[in-house]
Design a protein around this ligand. Structure first.
Ligand code: HEM
Length: 168
């Protein structure tokens, strides 16, 4: 089973992802949802601005569809609590990028762009007194880093078994 081969239970424990993390991830996601289309638009503007990124988009007409799948991805990450469908989609998404031969560092650079945006959104929405912005930022970091980690593990399929054997 995919979630077992990705050692999801162990990963969540190692990251310290728990009910509190899910709570703050959900609070954050609901608050920033109205601004997320703006974040996505800036992300694809960045991709299209750079020729090296752009060449991995075979047809600019596909951007509208990618915006929809991209948003669905972040929605699953922040709300699904890593259910089976999330795991299935992480695998499918990583495979889609392997198919277009997107180098890992391009993928990670894209996550960096999203992390900047998510942190900025956290401060915009939660920096006033009474809000626990630190708890929100911690939840964002854990969610984004584990998503990157799972994606990388699919990229490096051959190493997944080795990593989990070493961890036991
Ligand atoms: C934060 C990083 C990224 C995330 C979370 C992400 C997310 C996704 C998702 C959810 C899909 C749909 C997968 C499916 O159909 O099952 C997708 C497809 C795709 N992504 Fe990304 N993406 C990222 C970075 C990039 C970058 C940097 C590029 C190119 C420069 C890119 C190009 C594409 C292309 C071309 C497809 C369509 C592949 C196909 O349908 O054959 N993505 N992405």
């Amino acid at each position: 089973m995919v979630r077992t081969s990705l050692d999801l239970k162990l990963r969540l424990a190692l990251y310290g992802i728990n009910q509190e993390t899910f709570y703050y991830a959900g609070v954050f996601w609901r608050a920033i949802l109205p601004e997320f289309d703006g974040i996505i638009n800036r992300f694809y503007a960045h991709i299209l601005e750079h020729q090296k990124f752009r060449k991995f988009i075979p047809n600019p007409a596909m951007i509208d569809r990618l915006k929809v799948t991209q948003k669905a991805h972040w929605d699953r990450l922040f709300t699904s609590k890593f259910d089976d469908y999330y795991v299935q989609q992480v695998v499918a998404t990583a495979e889609a990028h392997i198919k277009i031969r997107l180098p890992i560092y391009f993928y990670m650079a894209a996550y960096a762009v999203f992390l900047d945006e998510l942190h900025a959104a956290a401060y915009r929405n939660f920096s006033e007194e009474g809000n626990d912005v630190v708890a929100i930022v911690k939840a964002i970091n854990k969610m984004v880093i584990i998503d990157m980690d799972l994606t990388l593990s699919v990229y490096m399929k051959g190493l997944v078994g080795l990593n989990s054997n070493q961890a036991r």
